[in-house]
Unconditional design. Structure first.
Length: 240
């Protein structure tokens, strides 16, 4: 599969950005059924795109490379965008998408690391991704590897106590190779504007809030290595 980098095509990239978006939405449209969690997926699409197209040092042929970057989708109940991007980047065949969620498909409604190439963790039980990412970041640092770990969580998922303990520990250990991106789509039961960022800042994280649809803002925030754990709050309008 030919991978098109949106920054390198066309005089200003605008037409090509539209083409990439249309292609990814086409891929997502191949996945049908009642358990799509469409809003949960579409709210993360731009974040996942920017990570795989502009930020992460990953590729299908480096799946076993210990020095690769890691992406953990903790918000595993909305994997449609993730699957579409993995197809687009050459990890999976497009034909898998139409059968997703069927009894014999490797693509479940929650991603399974043992069945889906490129998937780093099996997820869906909220509150697991960030603690796993903390452990991985610590392990990579202990081995002297330069790889980074990026974990995507949902705003409501932060209600889980395991996440609070993980973000506190990450700051105490100064895990500079760890980035958390929180997709804030207003689904938290007690949502208050700015509160998510305040939680991370209070614990000592470097924190920035960006437009979750603006690819340049996302790239700048997600690529940052501020010397301590990095939290990116990506605000979008969809509600789960």
């Amino acid at each position: 599969m030919t991978i098109i980098d949106e920054r390198m095509t066309g005089p200003d990239g605008a037409a090509d950005r539209g083409d990439r978006a249309a292609e990814l939405h086409r891929l997502m449209s191949l996945m049908t059924g009642d358990e799509k969690h469409t809003a949960a997926a579409t709210s993360t699409l731009d974040v996942v795109r920017v990570l795989y197209e502009r930020v992460l040092d990953v590729s299908p042929d480096r799946a076993g490379d210990a020095a690769r970057d890691r992406f953990y989708l903790s918000k595993g109940h909305g994997p449609m965008a993730y699957y579409a991007v993995l197809v687009d980047r050459g990890y999976l065949p497009e034909a898998w998408l139409e059968d997703w969620g069927s009894w014999d498909s490797p693509l479940g409604h929650h991603p399974d690391r043992n069945l889906v190439p490129g998937v780093e963790i099996s997820s869906g039980s909220l509150g697991h991704g960030l603690p796993l990412a903390v452990g991985t970041a610590l392990g990579l640092r202990a081995q002297g590897l330069p790889a980074r770990v990026v974990v995507l969580v949902g705003d409501a998922e932060l209600d889980e106590g395991s996440n609070h303990e993980a973000l506190e520990l990450a700051a105490a250990l100064a895990l500079s190779n760890l980035t958390v991106v929180v997709v804030d789509n207003g689904s938290s039961s007690y949502a208050v504007p700015g509160r998510i960022a305040e939680r991370f800042t209070t614990e000592g994280w470097h924190t920035v809030t960006v437009d979750g649809r603006d690819h340049d803002e996302l790239e700048s925030a997600l690529a940052a290595r501020p010397g301590r754990p990095n939290a990116v709050v990506a605000v979008v309008e969809e509600k789960r």
